[in-house]
Design a protein around this ligand. Sequence first.
Ligand code: 9D3
Length: 251
Amino acid sequence: MRVDVVSLFPEFVAQIAGHGVVGRAQERGLLAVHGWNPRDHAEGSYRRVDDRPFGGGPGMVMLIDPLRDCLAAARAADRAPAKVIYLTPQGAPLTQAKVRELAKCERLILLCGRYEGIDERLIEAEADEELSIGDYVLSGGELAAAVVIDAVARLQEGALNDNESAIQDSFEEDGLLDCPHYTRPVEHSLGVVPSVLMSGNHAEIAKWRRQQSLGRTWLRRPDLLHEDQLSAADRKLLDAFRDGLAAEKTK
Ligand code: 9D3
């Protein structure tokens, strides 16, 4: 997969793409990330990339032409057709389902805005999709681009080592939160490890982990839990989790 990032700070994105799972995916030839700067396509000694908004108001708007020429240069750098994604607070929320879909693309071009945003005509003419990474305010699209790159990189075949398997992720599997994890020592001044994890009974351990995933999702992210769609076994585990909590409260 090839990802081209159009940004006034392309080195910012390259930096992130050089480390961890993303860096390793690049080393393994599974992913290539390239940066493109609209300022390199801006005219005159000022190399202007923005101007004041029509209708007035604060801030600046990114000009059509430097962006369009930059995007054309990025497109022309490879024969494969690219899906162009504009990263913006007005976009559809990024989900793991969307990440799975994007990870299958041969080529993506990520368009990062700065200032108040980009002239709407450029977006209408060039962007296939608009995505947001969540309901909070960033200073530009670069961190959002880094998030998209990280999430799609780890789904490339061969990007993860065996111990990092994407399927093991309970979130990837069924949209539940993960269970708690423990390591040595068994007894610490901060507390002891739940005894079931020391029992060697793998069926009981799997049940406990499943129950913790269900219980935590119910407590912390009820929006992710579709109770009406749970299996009878999951229902029982969740009911027991709730009973356990209630018992603890009355203790
Ligand atoms: C202070 C500016 N805001 C006026 C009410 C609008 C605004 C413009 C540009 C807010 C943020 C940004 C820059 N953000 C992004 O480019 C961005 C983003 C984000 O801020 N949150 C979540 N996902 C994304 S994707 C791109």
